[in-house]
Design a protein around this ligand. Structure first.
Ligand code: AMP
Ligand code: MG
Length: 473
């Protein structure tokens, strides 16, 4: 151990909940930890010294080889609907919550290790992760944060020096993830399914005080989560983001994007786009996301029903869940108004945005390039620009004198393009961390692109296109 002492002021509210909320479990040590990435800005935000985290003692903690003082490692219990199928017992099968810290802004944040070894929830899994999904989550979640999207954060990625068996052998890695909590729709479902009303009530109180202090009771909680999720998904849609596995166990009640698996940003716009290799029927396609959010929140409503008065509460709970659609629609309009530099109160925003998207879909226009080019006044995708319908659209849009400066703050110039993420992972597997560092630097401010990284803005050539992403579990 290094001489530098790493002091982390843990305050573990989840560990104070009843025993049946989790299983106490230490991370399983790894062979040879080596730092792949450290988020120094986030570390400081948490009141942690980046140099101490990078020291042998810090690295041992980030790898799961040592449990820091004050941590109370545990695997959280939860259930969930996976692709619509009910699973009464999922839980952290390859993650360990080390504990919570209160950050510089007074916000309580979980520090969790992912890929940290087997737990009682591992079922057939090895409890591990490989470098690919760990670095994908690192880069994509941090890019989402830089774009202003509520999300879990990535503190570090550590190579384990061990080999992970998947469809082939890969180098292992551990991600240290930071979240306002890791409580999921599936956490509520877990206790509901076990008919454990006491736990359900304790969980509700915990979540209300932690995330929604202004809300009251189970109905208030449901209303608040519906509101957050409606806005979150509208924001995803405005960026061309596809989560890929919107199972109820992958939806955080905090309203943060969580559990980056086979997620991706679209290049060419089409609402039916699906990337995930395991999503054969397009359940979680781009255009499905708002409906899926509502479906998931109906499951949350069901789980909360015993606390809301059972049958008597069904009409109101139904109305609350159905309220997602109008909140989503209003937020979508607000986001696309910003993307088009228009007044969100203008009733023409929704039809204008829809006409543009229809033209983009018809011509396969790149989502990010199209909006950014409109903002910058640079060349639009050729096929799109050649369409008479688009030319008419452009006249109608320009007639409204859009605010181009505002557009540049709403439309990222750069996103973590799938082919770049895959190439970065490939390079990292071969020992080259250069592309990882470039992507991180390039995505630090997606709205003010550094010309050094212009090549990372370019959509994939035909042969570079990545058609599928894998969970890598
Ligand atoms: P995810 O696909 O990451 O949302 O995981 C779904 C469920 O499978 C969760 O309960 C995970 O903890 C579990 N899981 C995924 N991968 C593994 C693994 N390699 N070992 C053990 N459990 C896993
Ligand atoms: Mg998950």
């Amino acid at each position: 151990m290094g001489s530098m002492t790493l002091h982390i002021p843990f305050d573990n509210s989840y560990a104070r909940l009843p025993d049946r909320f989790y299983v106490r479990q230490d991370p399983v040590p790894v062979a040879e930890p080596r730092l792949l990435a450290l988020n120094e800005v986030l570390a400081r935000d948490l009141g942690l010294d980046p140099a101490a985290l990078a020291s042998p003692e810090g690295l041992a903690m980030l790898a799961g080889n040592a449990v820091p003082e004050g941590a109370e490692p545990l695997a959280q219990a939860y259930a969930g609907h996976q692709f619509g199928g009910w699973n009464p017992r999922l839980g952290d099968g390859r993650a360990i919550l080390l504990g919570e810290v209160v950050d510089a802004q007074g916000r309580r944040r979980d520090i969790q290790l992912k890929g940290s070894g087997r737990t009682p929830f591992s079922r057939m899994g090895d409890g591990r992760a490989w470098v690919g999904p760990v670095l994908r989550e690192f880069v994509v979640s941090e890019a989402m944060h830089a774009m202003g999207v509520p999300t879990t954060r990535a503190l570090s990625a550590v190579a384990t020096g061990e080999t992970i068996r998947r469809e082939r052998a890969y180098p292992g890695a551990v991600l240290a993830r930071v979240a306002s909590s890791h409580i999921r729709v599936g956490t509520f479902q877990y206790f509901y399914a076990r008919n454990d009303m006491e736990a359900l009530a304790a969980l509700t109180d915990h979540v209300l005080s932690r995330h929604y202090p202004e809300a009251e009771g189970a109905m208030g909680l449901l209303r608040a989560v519906v509101d957050r999720q409606a806005r979150l998904v509208a924001q995803w849609m405005s960026l061309g983001f596809i989560h890929g596995v919107m199972n109820t166990d992958n939806m955080a009640v905090s309203g943060e994007t969580i559990d980056y698996g086979p997620c991706a940003f679209m290049d060419a716009y089409h609402p039916d786009t699906v990337f995930s290799s395991i999503d054969a029927h397009g359940r979680y396609a781009y255009r499905q996301q708002p409906q899926v959010a509502a479906w998931n929140l109906a499951q949350l409503a069901t789980a909360l029903l015993p606390l809301m008065g059972n049958e008597a509460a069904i009409p109101e709970a139904t109305e609350v869940v159905q309220g997602l659609a109008p909140i989503y629609a209003a937020e979508w309009t607000r986001r696309f108004a910003a993307k088009l530099g228009l007044d969100p109160e203008d009733p023409q925003v929704q039809p204008l945005a829809t006409r543009l998207l229809d033209q983009m879909a018809a011509t396969g226009a790149d989502f990010t390039i199209t909006f950014r080019a409109l903002a910058e006044g640079t060349d639009l995708p050729d096929l799109l620009a050649a369409q008479p319908e688009f030319q008419q659209w452009r006249k109608d849009w320009e007639a409204k004198s859009p605010d181009l400066a505002a557009m540049r703050r709403a439309n990222p110039a750069i996103i973590p393009r799938n082919h770049r993420v895959e190439a970065m992972i490939q390079a990292a597997v071969e020992g080259d961390l250069g592309p990882l560092e470039d992507l991180r630097a390039a995505l630090a401010d997606p709205f003010e692109p550094d010309p050094r990284f212009d090549h990372l803005r370019v959509p994939p050539q035909e042969e570079e296109k990545v058609l599928q992403t894998f969970c890598g579990t």
